[in-house]
Design a protein around this ligand. Structure first.
Ligand SMILES: Nc1ncnc2c1ncn2[C@@H]1O[C@H](COP(=O)(O)OP(=O)(O)OP(=O)(O)O)[C@@H](O)[C@H]1O
Length: 132
């Protein structure tokens, strides 16, 4: 395999090369972002509980939509933070504050959506299990 070239700035020429870099991006977010590790942990817990509750395909679709929305929001938040830090470094800038706060708000919104979906889908069957 000719890649990885650690200092590549040219376009990916092959699908596998593009896939490798995309996976590197996912790995970097998980490794460097504490919030992302919490999202992954939560998603794994939800999937385990969902398996125990024997959810149907429709319910799984909603859960996967919510999980994917939170992951995507955290990825975008990381892109915004990285680009802002690249541009201004450690200097205070009101536009950077706005961009970072809006990006963080997006993650919060998606997380709230995911909690609502989780409660609506898993709340009733969980209460049944707990209530006997
Ligand atoms: N260069 C800057 N200029 C102005 N405000 C900044 C700057 N850097 C950070 N901030 C402010 O500090 C807050 C925290 O910044 P940080 O980069 O740690 O984002 P975060 O969302 O807390 O990060 P993470 O998602 O990694 O927990 C931002 O939401 C923003 O309000």
């Amino acid at each position: 395999m000719a890649f990885p070239d650690k200092h590549q700035t040219s376009k990916n020429r092959r699908f596998l090369q593009a896939l490798y870099h995309a996976l590197q991006g996912i790995g970097a977010v998980i490794k460097q972002e504490r919030n992302m590790r919490f999202h992954v942990f939560s998603a794994v817990m939800v999937i385990i509980v969902g398996c125990c509750l024997r959810l149907n395909a429709h319910q799984w679709l909603w859960l996967f939509l919510a999980i994917t929305a939170v992951f995507a929001a955290e990825f975008l938040n990381t892109v915004v933070e990285t680009m802002c830090d690249l541009i201004v470094g450690h200097h205070y800038d009101p536009n950077v504050k706005k961009a970072k706060d809006v990006a963080a708000g997006m993650v919060l919104l998606m997380a709230a959506f995911a909690v609502c979906v989780g409660l609506l889908i898993m709340g009733p069957p969980l209460l049944k299990v707990i209530g006997g």
